[in-house]
Design a protein around this ligand. Sequence first.
Ligand code: HEC
Length: 123
Amino acid sequence: MLFQRLLDMKSSILCLSLVLLLLIAAPLSAKDAAFDGEKLFNARCGSCHGVKGAGTGKGPPLVHRIYEPNHHADITFRWAVERGVKAHHWNFGDMPKLDGVKLEEVEAIIKYVRDTQKEAGIY
Ligand code: HEC
């Protein structure tokens, strides 16, 4: 009898922990998958700004001291995507505005670029 009750208690605690774990883990993993900054960067920016933001023949490196936060704050990344950029630092031509990049995706891309800039010792 006592054993049975203990067993019941144990399984309800187990059940509860599983539910809690799911509640905590599900949104986190969904978020990671949907807003993976590196993947988004490669898909939407990489064709011009290059792998790891190192630049290509079509666009400048973003992992460069010109684009460190004191010179190009995060807002300039949002504007670049929303409005495009008139060429002013380099000779690659203008950056077209990019349709279909959600604000959350831009935020994830900015975080990825900032992390990569830090790794490269830019700031
Ligand atoms: C079709 C090529 C192309 C794509 C795709 C592209 N860029 Fe650009 N980007 C450029 C060019 C060209 C410039 C202009 C550089 C200059 O100042 O001469 C630029 C400039 C920028 C700047 C500097 C803005 C400023 O105020 O000087 C930022 C930030 C930027 N891009 C972010 C992004 C991000 C984030 C993405 C992806 C979501 C992206 N770009 C995709 C070509 C591109």
